[in-house]
Design a binder for this molecule. Structure first.
Ligand code: FAD
Length: 471
């Protein structure tokens, strides 16, 4: 798993990929859909992205991505993958005012302790989500044979156990729409990708059409986000980002803020996010927001003392979800699902867009494997499961441990030991550069979580815990 995961992270585009499809259709034109379309553009004569929103007209927030006003950090794994497949995104992002944040430009604190530098030059992109999506979209839609159909996908068409088309209803304006008529149609396609996000209707369509629904796993993790934007008149010395997490000893009496982040984004702005679990809702007004920031490390007060450029916008997500396509009995051929439609995590771990990139990597690997395309895409879903398992282990694993500890739930001894080891690793990452490096590589999705259970890392983690307890 470790090697497979890392080969997906490091995959390069193939310029000699054979053309497999006449028309490939991607339902959903957000990050997952655009990256899948990038992969398909090398392997199909035409790639049609079906997207209900008018993405050509606006580079701003849009209804189909209601989370896009919240912080959206692009982790190193996703950034590097996108950079290889769509070169120039990071540079253009910086030219437009976003920040490429390396270890020297950020502060990371757990509880009251700054994380020890790991000596590795990982960079993440601090950027507003709408701008990032625009940069990705501009590059994908500029590729030959890629087009966007402004419509809502409403179902699938099949023949002989394989998907052969996508039903749609146009959502655009002009012509028929102005006369109150919405054109409906079927786009013939010999390969279809579901990238319709966490509310994707694909499972319902499959059941309705006589196939099996992938089992849905849910983990109740109610997260409450609040994000506001502030002027950034001059950069604070040497800092483009700050993150504080309260893990073991909640210190900040600030309305239960569990995670706070400030990132320097385009438009000379600071984007500041506060997140609380369950009943803890960070403030809705700027005054409440600033009051909560005043209880955090000083950078948060400094940043939020600047003029407001956008008021607080809140967002609630009740649960993490994943759909187990590998456990669905009967699926049609020539159909895959990617991005949040398959797994959407606790957003505070920042995994979503990097996961979408790795799902696109799975798609390239599957299509290049010579798999029989007239059978269900089991090979794809197995590869994708490696990626989803890895991301889920980090985020849902961490959440389940927190929830069980809060509720005093008894867990099996094996799980208890794994959680104990993980807690030791997190604590040791604060003080030991090697453990910090290993932990960051996994958090940034560059390496598989299995690498944390290397005996050398476990030994260091146990030693650091012993030292801390003795001290
Ligand atoms: C509060 C919050 C904060 C987050 N922060 C981060 C972060 O810091 N870093 C990170 O990497 N990720 C983050 N994420 C996750 C991230 O938003 C998603 O993982 C990412 O957008 C990829 O999702 P997607 O493309 O699969 O789906 P989405 O972005 O949700 O897009 C779904 C698309 O499908 C379209 N669609 C819907 N229905 C249809 C239909 N019937 N037909 C055709 N198209 C349709 C929609 O219009 C939309 O364009 C965060 C999420 C939340 C909720």
């Amino acid at each position: 798993m470790v090697t497979l995961f890392e080969s997906l992270v490091g995959a390069e585009p193939r310029h000699d990929a054979p053309v497999l499809f006449d028309t490939a259709c991607v339902m959903g034109g957000s990050i997952a859909g655009l990256l899948a379309a990038r992969v398909l553009s090398d392997r199909a004569r035409n790639v049609v992205i079906i997207e209900p929103d008018d993405t050509a007209a606006t580079a701003g927030s849009r209804p189909g991505v209601p989370q896009d006003q919240q912080v959206h950090t692009l982790l190193p794994a996703g950034r590097l993958w996108i950079e290889r497949w769509l070169p120039g995104v990071s540079q253009e992002a910086q030219d437009r005012g976003a920040s490429l944040v390396g270890p020297d430009q950020q502060f990371v604190g757990y509880d009251d302790t700054p994380q020890v530098p790991d000596g590795v030059d990982h960079q993440f992109l601090a950027i507003g989500r709408p701008l990032l999506e625009t940069l990705v979209r501009d590059r994908v839609t500029a590729l030959p044979h890629v087009s966007v159909l402004r419509a809502r996908a409403t179902g699938l068409r099949y023949d002989d156990g394989a998907v052969t088309g996508v039903r749609y209803a146009e959502t655009g304006t002009g012509g028929q729409a102005e006369r109150g008529e919405r054109a409906e149609g079927v786009l013939a396609a010999d390969f279809v990708v579901d990238a319709m996000g966490r509310s994707s209707r694909l499972s319902h369509w499959l059941e309705q059409d006589g196939y099996d629904q992938p089992p849905l796993e849910r983990l109740q993790t109610p997260v409450n986000y609040a994000t506001a934007l502030f002027e950034r008149p001059a950069k604070l010395p040497d800092l483009d980002a700050a993150t504080v997490l309260q893990l073991f000893t909640p210190r900040y009496p600030s309305g239960g803020v569990s995670v706070a982040a400030a990132t320097a984004i385009e438009g000379q702005q600071w984007l500041v996010m506060l997140m609380g679990y369950g009943d803890h809702r960070p403030g809705r007004t700027i005054d409440e927001f600033r009051a909560q920031c005043a209880a955090l490390p000083p950078i948060f007060s400094d940043v939020t003392s600047n003029n407001v450029t956008r008021e607080v916008v809140t967002y609630h997500q009740a649960e993490s979800r994943r759909r187990h396509f590998t456990e669905a009995g009967r699926l049609p051929a020539r159909l895959v699902s990617t991005g949040d439609a398959v797994a959407s995590f606790n957003p505070v771990y920042g995994q979503g867009m990097s996961s979408a990139a790795l799902h696109a990597s799975c798609l390239a690997s599957y299509l290049d494997s010579g798999a029989d395309l007239d059978q269900a895409a089991t090979g794809f879903f197995r590869l994708q499961q490696v990626v989803v398992d890895a991301a889920w282990a980090v985020s849902a694993g961490g959440d389940a441990a927190r929830i069980d500890a809060e509720n005093g739930t008894q867990v099996p001894e094996e799980v208890r030991q794994q959680r104990r080891a993980m807690e030791q690793i997190v604590r040791a990452a604060l003080v030991d550069a090697d453990v910090s490096g290993a932990f960051n590589n996994v958090s940034y999705m560059l390496r598989h979580p299995g690498t944390l259970f290397d005996p050398a890392i476990l030994e260091k983690a146990a030693a650091a815990t012993e030292e801390a307890t003795a001290g």
